[in-house]
Write a protein that binds this ligand. Structure first.
Ligand SMILES: Nc1nc2c(ncn2[C@@H]2O[C@H](COP(=O)(O)OP(=O)(O)OP(=O)(O)O)[C@@H](O)[C@H]2O)c(=O)[nH]1
Ligand SMILES: [Mg+2]
Length: 421
């Protein structure tokens, strides 16, 4: 059941259907917009709120050549950044949904009882991402009694606007059209429900969480992607998650391109309580990650998360550098890297699909982290990427804080973006 339909039904009996539909859609617009109440819940322009800028935390004097910078347990965990985990399995603190504005004389729309826990929280986090889809579909279906070509075309347009992409939209619409032709669907609501089921099925392919391989010690995760996609931040978040699950995690500062990159990773290491192995910036990235693997082995680490410098897939030389990292690691462990994790910024829309395709061709990507879904990104891009590449989406990033990373769950995601319950 869709939240907007349930609210709509409770609100009014059938006779005044059209007028009320319009009112509810307008009110829903106010209902789902997320307030700027949570630290770091905004987009990247908000900066690293709650995060001490790297330059204030570590100087490069900590990163001497060929030296290990932090030893395990040496640094305190910064308590203001690692938030308490009070009331949900993932430690989410819930932001109440905003109340709809009430028109004078209007019967107030009864607010849906918010489920507590991860589900409600993910809905809140994805509020801006899902605006386009939910509101758009709500306005198409509410008050409409029959399925016709116009409705199918309008749904198609909505999916395209939400970045689902031409091929994937066509596939979804074809499936719906077939069902309509077979008379399997007899109302716009049933059509929407069928769309929901197709979307879940499409994304379920990508629901393959990252598993720490006990037979590979350490399991090497090479993190790649373009500049600013969220690689370093995601490494910090994954580090915290795996460390919290009891794994012995080490971070490798393989982005030797920017001085600040090493410091940024060190800050994350300190924050989430895991050691970082780094060398001075300008060192050979493959060499740094190779040394880090040796050190991680010596310590019996379970996981080595290796950062790399951002690059475009069009920068041939830099892509070669990543291939070199792979080759060099394989000298120590022929099965390494065990995971090539591509971090994609969802807010760049169809470009993310383009990047994923090229990085995958060049490196053989084994998993994705899709970041910035808390911002103005359109959720449809996940469908396009999964439809085209079928790669596992290991995590989604829904904010800048250490705990703003979720293992990807297809149904939960579609529920959140389509306001389905
Ligand atoms: N809102 C939001 N911001 C994010 C998310 N993930 C990362 N960011 C922000 O995106 C910006 C870039 O993140 P980084 O982790 O530095 O990106 P990077 O890929 O390592 O960048 P380079 O090292 O320059 O290639 C930072 O301001 C992060 O806080 C997310 O899921 N949501
Ligand atoms: Mg980085």
């Amino acid at each position: 059941m869709f939240g907007f339909l349930r609210r709509f039904r409770k609100e009014q009996p059938a006779p005044q259907i059209e007028a009320v539909a319009e009112a509810v859609v307008k009110e829903d617009a106010g209902f789902i917009i997320e307030p700027e109440t949570e630290t770091g819940a905004g987009d990247a322009q908000h900066g690293n709120e709650g995060v001490t800028p790297p330059e204030q935390v570590f100087g490069l004097e900590h990163a001497t050549a060929q030296s290990e910078v932090l030893s395990e347990g040496q640094l305190p965990v910064t308590e203001d950044v690692v938030a308490p985990m009070p009331d949900s399995p993932l430690g989410e603190t819930h932001t109440p949904m905003p109340q709809p504005a009430t028109r004078p004389g209007a019967k107030p729309v009864e607010k849906a009882p918010l489920k507590q826990g991860l589900w409600a929280s993910l809905r809140t986090r994805l509020a801006r991402t899902r605006e386009g889809l939910t509101e758009g579909l709500a306005s198409l279906v509410l008050g409409k009694k029959q399925i016709d070509d116009e409705l199918l075309e309008d749904i198609e347009t909505r999916l395209l606007l939400a970045d689902v992409g031409i091929d994937t939209t066509r596939t979804l619409i074809n499936e719906l059209t077939q069902k309509v032709k077979r008379k399997d669907l007899n109302s716009p609501e049933a059509l929407l429900e069928a769309l929901y089921q197709h979307m879940v099925r499409l994304l379920e392919v990508a629901e393959q969480p990252l598993r720490v391989l006990s037979e590979s010690k350490p399991m090497v995760v090479l993190v790649v992607g373009i500049n600013g996609a969220g690689k370093t931040t995601s490494i910090g978040k994954i580090g915290q998650r795996l460390h919290g699950e009891g794994h012995n995690v080490i971070l490798a500062a393989g982005d030797t391109f920017r001085a600040a990159a090493v410091e940024q990773l060190q800050t994350w290491g300190e924050r989430v309580g895991v050691p970082v192995i780094a060398q001075a910036s300008g060192a050979d990235s493959a060499g740094v990650i190779f040394d880090a693997l040796q050190a991680a082995r010596a310590r019996g680490a379970d996981v080595l998360l290796a950062d790399t410098a951002g690059r475009l897939h069009t920068q041939g030389g830099l892509m070669e550098e990543l291939k070199k990292v792979k080759r060099v690691l394989a000298k120590l462990d022929p099965t390494a890297p065990h995971e090539i994790l591509l971090v994609l910024d969802a807010s760049i829309g169809q470009n993310a699909l383009n990047q994923a395709t090229h990085f995958h061709q060049a490196l053989g990507v084994t998993g994705l982290v899709v970041t910035k879904l808390d911002g103005t990104a359109k959720a449809g891009i996940l469908f396009a990427i999964t439809h085209k590449l079928g790669l596992p989406i290991r995590y989604i990033g829904v904010g800048e804080r250490a705990e703003d990373l979720r293992p990807f769950n297809a149904r939960e995601f579609v529920n959140a973006v389509l306001d389905h319950e």
